[in-house]
Write a protein that binds this ligand. Structure first.
Ligand code: FAD
Length: 455
């Protein structure tokens, strides 16, 4: 029962929703009146790319509208701003969803300390994951390094049912300042998904009704575009994975099962980062510190602009620039191409992704890049080098995905689009391959053998 007259602050971060919100439940149990707060923190805002920021600002506007304008958005240092907000309403507690990423952990430690000095309690409830990172461990307490073992244990451990929360869980305090969300940054024509909780739930409901049964068979096909597209919403917490898992538990079949395991990859990588925060910037597998990379700006630019001469790679890179999103299979192909065909460091690609993805997420991005590069935990074996032509032919068999994003090749019918260099009338405005795959594959393998021998 909330104490009569008591006030609290609910500091929103990556939990921009009102449904299934454990921290909101906790604030409502404690206080009668709650101030909803979001802090625009330069340390997170400045390195964020335009798509992610535009989506975030949209989500904040949606949340504010859901709260009837009762969302205080301030710009500044979190420790100062949260303390100031708590003082302004006489709050006895500040409630948050735990942030388990490296910067969030350090920031929260400082904010909690500053609040303690003011006699305000810091209350963490839940996390952006079904199971809070760090909680699934081997019997001896060590973290899992292999996904399948993590997955088994994660499922056995289980998670809470969705928290039954809504706008009316508490009485929201009217902020003493006007809403100040910056205008969306310039996106150069990029079209982003509709932000916010309502859009996330609508998308999810439609997916459950129409597409989930085909997820396992169609998810690898970029031409079918058959995945949920929930990644930006999951990143900002417009929907909690528990909500999705509860719906999936009521379904039978391979589609629901496979989707559950994909959601678990997100949880796995957050867990890995929790145990190894250094893996956000460095090789998880230290042997890879010795691998030889090139630093060729011109090749990087070809890759970045989608002008490598390998159609599936170019289509993926152009989808990223057009939509701020790329299909998972194609993310793997373009990442492999950067690391194993162009021999550029994985972090060049990871940085470009983080700047341009609307779903850019430190744990999922850096550790998926390392999975492809071979330097991660439970990574793809380095010697398995994706062939961009056969990958294209297998996963985009009619070439529809390529033609959607590479207009120079629209006149080429069927799967011939994956080998334009073989065409009699090669489209002149489409580049020839910047490297020869078979040759670069050998170079990649030799470089890998050098570090394996040294290990
Ligand atoms: P769906 O197939 O519908 O899957 C549902 C959800 O499961 C996704 O929204 C995501 O939260 C999770 N998921 C699925 N696959 C993975 C995976 N391999 N790793 C982690 N979570 C997964 N995902 C991000 O959210 N942010 C990133 O910055 C990101 N960077 C990536 C970089 C590379 C090089 C690669 C290979 C993958 C990356 N992924 C990233 C994972 C994956 O590509 C996206 O989550 C997925 O494409 C998002 O589309 P969706 O929501 O339709 O996915």
């Amino acid at each position: 029962m909330a104490s009569p007259g008591e006030t609290a602050v609910l500091w929103f971060r990556r939990d921009l929703r009102l449904g299934d919100h454990a921290a909101l439940l906790s604030a409502g149990e404690r206080a009668e009146r709650v101030l909803a707060l979001f802090v625009l923190d330069d340390k997170l805002i400045k390195p964020s790319g335009a798509p992610r920021l535009a989506f975030l600002y949209g989500c904040l506007r949606e949340l504010s509208a859901q709260l009837g304008g009762r969302l205080l958005v301030v710009h500044g240092d979190p420790a100062e701003e949260v303390c100031r907000a708590a003082k302004s309403v006489g709050a006895k507690s500040v409630h948050v969803t735990a942030d388990t990423a490296p910067y969030g952990v350090a920031r929260d430690r400082e904010v909690a300390k500053a609040l303690e000095r003011d006699g305000v309690e810091w209350v963490e409830t839940g996390s952006p994951y079904a199971v809070t990172p760090g909680r699934v461990t081997k019997p001896d307490g060590d973290p899992y390094k292999v996904f399948t073992a993590f997955y088994r244990s994660w499922r056995e451990r289980g998670w809470h049912s969705p928290a039954r929360t809504s706008k009316s869980a508490v009485q929201w305090i009217k902020p003493d300042r006007e809403l100040s969300i910056p205008d969306a940054p310039e996106l150069g024509g990029m079209k982003l998904p509709k932000p916010g909780e309502k859009a996330a739930l609508k998308l999810w409901k439609r997916y459950l009704d129409e597409d989930v049964n085909e997820y396992d068979t169609a998810r690898d096909r970029p031409d079918h575009d058959a995945t949920t597209r929930l990644s930006p919403y999951l990143h900002w917490g417009c929907v909690h994975p528990r909500t999705l898992l509860a719906d999936l538990a009521e379904r039978r079949g391979g589609g629901a099962e496979t989707l559950r395991s994909e959601l678990a990859w997100r949880e796995f990588y957050a867990d890995v980062l929790w145990h190894r925060p250094d893996a956000a910037r460095r090789n998880y597998d230290k042997r890879f510190d010795e691998i030889q990379y090139n630093e060729d700006d011109a090749l990087f630019e070809h890759w970045r602009d989608g002008r490598t001469g390998y159609p599936i790679v170019d289509a993926g890179m152009r989808q990223l620039l057009a939509e701020g999103w790329m299909h998972n299979r194609v993310r793997m192909i373009v990442a492999s191409f950067l690391v194993k065909d162009l021999h550029l460091p994985w972090w060049f690609g990871a940085r470009h992704f983080m700047r341009n993805l609307v779903d850019g997420d430190l744990a999922s991005n850096q550790l998926n890049w390392q999975w492809v590069a071979g330097s991660g935990n439970d990574a793809a074996p380095y010697f398995r080098v994706f062939n961009p032509t056969t990958q294209g032919e297998k996963f985009d068999p009619q070439g529809d995905y390529v033609r959607r994003f590479v207009p120079e090749l629209r006149g080429v019918a069927g799967k011939a689009v994956h080998q334009p260099w073989k065409l009699k009338n090669r489209p002149e405005d489409y580049p020839a391959p910047v490297v020869e795959h078979a040759q670069e594959r050998q170079v990649a393998l030799e470089r890998f053998q050098q570090i394996s021998r040294g290990a």
